[in-house]
Design a protein. Structure first.
Lengths: 206, 119
């Protein structure tokens, strides 16, 4: 790396304006480096795989439920289980990063994802009351995908790619019969989580 | 020449807490771009390997090892060498001293910006 030419050897002797600008540039550099470096660890790959596994179990159980209510209850429980796994895995990964200042990327991801999860929960209630079960799986996949996309916008490129996959799957699911929904949910929350979780774990350390 | 002078200065007082005593003085050891980059990257990770740092900071083997060595000499980072199968693996970690130094540097930069705003 080139030595930064614009930083004077003795900044104290320069104009305050230049000093101020250099201080800003230095802070920006530190933040950028930390964020790029933080991307190595922000999204938990192993956690993603565990979430995928729990989703496959949920899909298996949900497909065997006699009523739509029971089906929905299984998936709602799965959502809670998956979020818990995700939070625990992210916290586990973040513990390696000791100072609070440095949790930026993980926080950004959570803040990007949270609104979509909230909207998904709200829309599910509305659709359930309207009896529109058929579109629920598609909406879930779509909103989860958009959440991953916005949360992962500042992360390593593989994260938004996962988001795009969820969105595409959700878009297809929206126009398919309800009977197929088990497969879409299993493929999305199960398959995509496991595949991308494994890739993230392998490439970005855990 | 300025670079050589700066390096000489660092050798004399590597881990001295300059920012504490005089706010006008910078921790020269950190002020260098690549060393600042190494500390920042390690601050966001428990540890990073030599190759990860090299990729992240877009630098060369020689440059990185020279600057990492300086930080190691000042006890700002620790370096552990091991083998992953047959490949040697060099891992760097930030020490508490290094973290404090980085925090002081951040405070220093913020103070400079603050001073400008108050003008």
């Amino acid at each position: 790396m080139k030595r930064m030419g614009s930083v004077p050897a003795h900044p104290e002797s320069r104009e305050p304006l230049a000093l101020h600008a250099h201080a800003m540039a230095n802070l920006r550099f530190i933040r950028d480096t930390m964020e790029r470096a933080g991307s190595f660890t922000a999204v938990p790959g192993m956690g993603g795989m565990l979430m995928g596994l729990s989703a496959l179990i949920a899909a298996f159980l949900a497909a065997r439920q006699p009523s739509l209510d029971a089906w929905l209850a299984i998936w709602m429980s799965e959502a809670i289980v998956a979020v818990s796994i995700g939070v625990a895995a992210a916290a586990h990964k973040a513990r390696a990063v000791k100072a609070p200042l440095l949790t930026g990327p993980g926080r950004k991801f959570a803040l990007g994802l949270a609104p979509s999860i909230f909207v998904a929960a709200l829309v599910t209630v509305v659709l359930y009351r309207a009896g529109l079960y058929g579109v629920i799986p598609g909406i879930w996949l779509l909103l989860y995908g958009t959440g991953i996309l916005s949360g992962g916008a500042f992360s390593v490129p593989i994260v938004p790619v996962m988001g795009v996959c969820f969105v595409m799957l959700g878009a297809i699911a929206l126009f398919c019969p309800l009977e197929w929904s088990h497969w879409f949910l299993a493929a999305g929350f199960g398959g995509l989580h496991i595949i991308f979780g494994a890739l993230i774990a392998a490439r970005y350390g855990g | 020449m300025a670079k050589t002078n700066a390096l000489r200065q660092e050798r004399r007082s590597p881990a001295q807490s300059v920012a504490e005593t005089a706010p006008a003085k910078l921790d020269r050891l950190i002020h260098e771009r690549l060393r600042l980059g190494i500390l920042s990257a390690l601050a966001a990770n428990e540890s990073l390997t030599f190759n990860e740092l090299k990729k992240l900071l877009k630098t060369t083997d020689g440059n990185l090892s020279v600057h990492a060595r300086k930080l190691e000499d000042a006890h700002y980072v620790t370096c552990t060498k091991s083998f992953e199968g047959r490949l040697p693996k060099t891992e760097y970690r930030l020490t508490p001293t290094g973290r404090r130094a980085l925090e002081r540097y951040l405070d220093h930069m913020e103070a400079l910006i603050q001073a400008m705003r108050e003008r």
